[in-house]
Design a protein around this ligand. Structure first.
Ligand SMILES: Nc1ncnc2c1ncn2[C@@H]1O[C@H](COP(=O)(O)OP(=O)(O)OP(=O)(O)O)[C@@H](O)[C@H]1O
Ligand SMILES: [Mg+2]
Length: 509
């Protein structure tokens, strides 16, 4: 079975695309072109306009100006249906919400058929449905049962199923918007194999990612955007990484990690015998004042579960926590915040922000008490000032403080989720993968802020599966493997290889 009806090379050209939203010129006269059988990287800082350009292509907006040409013929794309009929499929940044959770994998892949059947347009032949879905999964070499419910899949499996659904319809161009952000290395490798297979079958891939090295692994050509405009388009092999970042940010990126003197005081935060069924196994940690302690380990090692347990966010977690020697009673996130513990969660778009509220409301919500007290207008003024500081320090791209968080780009939503905790005067800050999905410039801003918190004497727990972050930002680290701490390492006396070794459970200690 071939995936494609049309195996000849097809060209895709977007010409002079402009689009505005209230207060934002999101795209200005952008040109973009690629062909089937190629993998094309689309990159730019958070808010540069990547997702918006791809949404125009997918027919999500009808109010843009400019033209789309396919195979030299002008195309009319003003609705998702128009785009699909032209063979354009998009897997969006928010993978988690794109499948119907209580339908099976098979039903999700054959969604049109299933939905039409449910509407009574035809009888559903279940055997045929599962056979057809299975054939697609087999063809793509994806090992997931078609009977499994979508809600029981891992993020990586969800992504594979979404891709399978996309290519089950005629698909000439497949857009993947930050597909690798939540994936582990081996899941990423699997996805790349799938991309190579689709490419060799003549699908044109458009690939968005903030992980620059992987672009070199999987992409042929690259388009770089900045502030809603095209910067350059090249064959990726001709472009050095440093040059690429400079195009993206408009300036050189010097010193990714801050220079800091580790200057830690007494033990401030301690956790003893933390347990959570099947996820966290007898973990004890301590953090000194002003210290940045890493929580290293691969995706799935239990870092997120430990962070949640410490924050009172898991009802099944047990164990003892102490702040300055005093035992804490934490049964809920509310208790944690009251006791001076802040968590920036990994699933920020779901747990970390109120998308239907404004930037200012989000930034100040966790900290209302700080602004209470004086006259109302003064509070508002203080709130705005505090929010403005965070917007500036983290380089949040937003027209103003009243913009809804929903309308910010993915990476800028992440910055809001981090920023709101920086306004809280906590003693302990837990960061769970804080740089996932943010651009290289914003990463540096986040590292600087973490370092600044530490220099103010705060305790930091920094969970990340990126080894270079462990080496670049922490003083000391615990390496987790399979829910337990495998090893404690002093950053100055270790290296990425050693972290990797313990992360993979490589040595018995
Ligand atoms: N529906 C909308 N309403 C208002 N503004 C919007 C809307 N969609 C996008 N924008 C704005 O357009 C700009 C580009 O956003 P876009 O999501 O395309 O960025 P991006 O390059 O995908 O960034 P990221 O890497 O963070 O995902 C941003 O300033 C964003 O706030
Ligand atoms: Mg985006």
């Amino acid at each position: 079975m071939r995936l494609l009806a049309n195996v000849d090379i097809t060209t895709l050209e977007m010409k002079n695309i402009s689009i505005a939203f209230p207060g934002v010129q999101a795209l200005t006269e952008v040109d973009f072109h690629t062909t089937t059988g190629k993998s094309h990287a689309l990159i730019g800082a958070n808010g540069a306009g990547k997702s918006t350009l791809m949404k125009v292509l997918a027919g999500a907006y009808s109010h843009y100006t400019g033209e789309v040409w396919i195979n030299g013929v002008k195309a009319h794309i003003r609705s998702p249906r128009d785009a699909k009929l032209l063979g354009i499929q998009v897997v969006y940044q928010e993978v988690d919400t794109a499948l119907i959770p209580n339908l099976s994998v098979g039903e999700n892949i054959m969604l049109e058929y299933t939905v039409n059947g449910m509407k009574g347009k035809h009888l559903i032949d279940w055997k045929l449905l599962h056979q057809s879905a299975q054939a697609i999964l087999d063809r793509l070499n994806v090992k997931v049962s078609t009977k499994k419910l979508a809600q029981d899949l891992t993020l990586a499996e969800k992504q594979m199923v979404l891709i399978a659904r996309s290519v089950s319809m005629e698909c000439r161009f497949l857009v993947l918007d930050e597909p690798t952000a939540p994936l582990s290395q081996s899941e990423t490798d699997q996805l790349f194999q799938l991309i190579r297979l689709l490419k060799s079958d003549g699908v044109g891939i458009i690939f968005i990612s903030h992980r620059i090295p992987e672009l070199y692994e999987i992409c042929d050509d690259i388009t770089i955007m900045r502030d809603g405009k095209l910067v350059t388009r090249k064959s990726i092999a001709t472009l050095e990484q440093g040059q690429l970042v400079e195009y993206m940010l408009g300036s050189k990126l010097e010193g990714q990690f801050p220079q800091r003197l580790s200057n830690s005081g007494d033990i401030c935060f301690e956790a003893k015998g933390m347990h959570d069924v099947g996820k966290v196994n007898d973990v004890s940690i301590s953090i000194h004042k002003g210290e940045i302690v890493g929580l290293a380990g691969l995706v799935g090692a239990g870092k997120t579960e430990l962070c949640r347990a410490l924050f009172g966010a898991s009802p099944t977690a047990t164990g003892e926590t102490f702040l300055n020697g005093v035992k804490l009673r934490i049964k809920s996130p509310y208790d944690a915040v009251r006791n001076g513990i802040a968590l920036v969660p990994e699933e920020r778009r779901r747990e970390g922000v109120f998308v239907d509220e404004s930037v200012v409301v989000n930034l100040t919500a966790s900290n209302l008490s700080k602004f209470a007290g004086i006259g109302t207008w003064l509070n508002k003024k203080k709130e705005r000032e505090a929010a403005a500081t965070i917007i500036h320090d983290l380089g949040v791209k937003t027209p103003n403080g009243d913009a809804l968080v929903r309308n910010l780009s993915g990476g800028n939503q992440q910055k809001i989720a981090i920023g709101k905790w920086l306004l809280v005067d906590a003693d302990v800050y837990i960061f769970d993968e804080p740089t996932k999905g943010v651009d290289v410039g914003a990463k540096r801003d986040i590292y600087n802020l973490v370092a600044e918190l530490a220099s103010r004497g705060k305790c930091i727990l920094y969970a990340s599966s990126e080894m270079n972050e462990m080496m670049g930002i922490t003083d000391r680290m615990y390496v987790m493997y399979d829910g337990a701490i495998k090893k404690e390492l002093i950053t100055a006396h270790t290296n990425e290889e050693e972290i990797m070794l313990y992360s993979t459970g490589g040595l018995l200690t």
